[in-house]
Design a protein around this ligand. Structure first.
Ligand SMILES: Cc1cc2nc3c(=O)[nH]c(=O)nc-3n(C[C@H](O)[C@H](O)[C@H](O)COP(=O)(O)OP(=O)(O)OC[C@H]3O[C@@H](n4cnc5c(N)ncnc54)[C@H](O)[C@@H]3O)c2cc1C
Length: 210
């Protein structure tokens, strides 16, 4: 589910993506009791509305012995150093516009200067410039950080599905018509190979001052 509203009669309507995020469907449940799941990172946690009074907890059947279908043999913490895009406060994403595997460094440097995780659009992953665990989008991670910087990302629907819930979106693209600018709060039309290193230098100089 990616959104919910009620109509005049108080009937709930949900929005969800279908056909690999190419279309959005509005769904109206036939019954009043519904179970809805929300994709991780689909909504920003900023300024949450007050929860309605009639929210109540229901037990999960899988927790009871009677319904248990799997035996849990143990639990292990994920290995340290893994990528946590969904939980990241800031993300700098490299799009195909960075130009090649060596040029990804321009995004990595800006990410390091911002204390951000490094993300990737799908072509960057498909080309082997960055690992799949860094992919943002409908077939990668859905993220909603406080700051999302898109470098050389055109803004396909599949990419927007993954990051448009971010609180502040900054896009750098040399094409003023790039769709990413339709969701960006700050847009810079220019060559990312000029803009990103300049931002990195600025951030590093500021850090040296404090
Ligand atoms: C089923 C399906 C699932 C998909 N899932 C995902 C997904 O999860 N995530 C995802 O990202 N995509 C996904 N895609 C792919 C998606 O459709 C796009 O192809 C992809 O998002 C485009 O990636 P991009 O923006 O990096 O590249 P492009 O669309 O090629 O855009 C590159 C951009 O860089 C700009 N540029 C070039 N050089 C410079 C420069 N020097 N300085 C500044 N700007 C520059 C160009 O103007 C252009 O806008 C999916 C597609 C399908 C069909």
């Amino acid at each position: 589910m990616s959104g919910a509203t009620t109509d005049d009669g108080g009937v709930l309507r949900f929005r969800r993506s279908i056909f690999q995020a190419r279309l959005r469907a509005e769904v109206r449940p036939k019954k009043r009791t519904v179970v809805a799941t929300v994709q991780i990172g689909a909504f920003s946690s900023a300024d949450p509305a007050a929860p309605p009074d009639d929210v109540f907890e229901v037990g999960r059947p899988a927790d009871s012995e009677e319904h248990r279908e799997r035996e849990i043999l143990g639990r292990e913490a994920a290995s340290a150093g893994g990528v946590d895009l969904a939980g990241a406060e800031r993300i700098v994403t490299a799009g195909r516009g960075v130009g090649g595997p060596d040029e990804v460094a321009v995004a990595a440097d800006l990410a390091a200067a911002l204390g951000a995780e490094l993300g990737a659009s799908r072509p960057v992953v498909d080309n082997g410039w960055l690992p799949r665990e860094r992919q943002v989008g409908s077939s990668g991670h859905i993220v909603a950080p406080n700051l999302y910087v898109a470098l050389g990302v055109s803004g396909s629907i599949q990419h927007l599905m993954g990051m448009s819930g971010s609180r502040i979106i900054v896009a750098v693209n040399k094409d003023p018509e790039a769709p990413i600018f339709s969701v960006a709060h700050y847009g810079i039309v220019g060559d990312l190979h000029d803009v990103a290193p300049a931002l990195t230098r600025l951030l590093e100089a500021r850090r040296r001052l404090v």
